[in-house]
Design a protein around this ligand. Structure first.
Ligand SMILES: [Zn+2]
Length: 251
């Protein structure tokens, strides 16, 4: 499968998940025509669909679909055997089975199914209804999820519009309630803005500087600069010394 095709499939599937409440495991409702085409093309339906959607999914049939295929018989016997392997959802027509196509139309009204069919009439019916993903084998060979129909796109847009309107009405009601309660909107405008408290000065910044203890490691250059100038010893000449000595003895 080409990457672009796979991307498209994920995009279309996301559309149905986001707008119409589709969830995993995806439920793929298969009719006799699709199963017959897959059988002829030797496609392993479950494996191919899981690879295509990259999602957990369940293959679903109804009693009506099985009965219809059974009644045709002949070349569809093997197809009927395949259909019986899938999960059978109750459709409410067990006592009086209807055609597979009519049964699928009824089932899609109550549950979120991706419908896998090669039936052209049923395909057209699905495309005209919003919120029903259509899956088929293109040229009876290539698994393809059809692009969301115009009906689906329009329905999704109107849902979004309705959500916006509801939100606007809610906001208006909230504003009226606030006014009644006397809550000003100014605090709402800046919910994250906090009133700054007047704080005391940082005690660490006011701490008295400790006197540095004398250390053994002294900086000789710095110490030399701080050191007091030494008193110079004046050396007296010898004869002056003797003169001074004589003066002291005379006294
Ligand atoms: Zn039915």
């Amino acid at each position: 499968m080409k990457v672009t095709k796979h991307k498209k499939a994920r995009k279309y599937l996301s559309f149905y998940i986001n707008n119409f409440g589709f969830r995993e495991p995806l439920l793929v409702l298969i009719d006799g025509t699709f199963c017959h085409a897959a059988y002829k093309a030797r496609i392993q339906i479950e494996d191919q669909l899981k690879k295509y959607f990259l999602s957990d999914l369940k293959l679903i049939v109804t009693a009506c679909i099985i009965t219809e295929t059974e009644n045709i018989g002949g070349p569809l016997v093997a197809v009927c055997q395949l259909l019986k392997k899938y999960l059978v959802h109750k459709c409410g027509h067990e006592k009086q089975p209807i055609s597979g196509s009519a049964c699928i139309r009824a089932m899609t009204k109550t549950c979120k199914y991706i419908v896998a069919t090669q039936d052209r009439d049923l395909q057209e019916w699905i495309c005209a209804r919003p919120g029903i993903p259509l899956f088929y084998l293109h040229n009876s060979l290539v698994p393809t999820l059809v692009q969301p129909s115009e009906a689906s796109v329009r329905a999704a847009a109107s849902k979004t519009q309705a959500k916006v309107q509801v939100r606007e009405v809610d906001e208006q009601r909230l504003a009226v309630l606030k006014r009644k309660q006397g809550i000003s909107d100014t605090s709402e405008q800046h919910p994250m803005k906090k009133v700054r408290k007047i704080k005391n000065p940082n005690p660490l910044s006011c701490k008295k500087s400790k006197k540095k203890k004398p250390t053994d490691k002294r900086d000789p250059v710095r110490d030399h600069a701080i050191e007091k100038p030494k008193r110079r010893r004046v050396r007296l000449p010898k004869h002056v010394k003797e003169q001074l000595k004589n003066n002291t003895t005379m006294c």
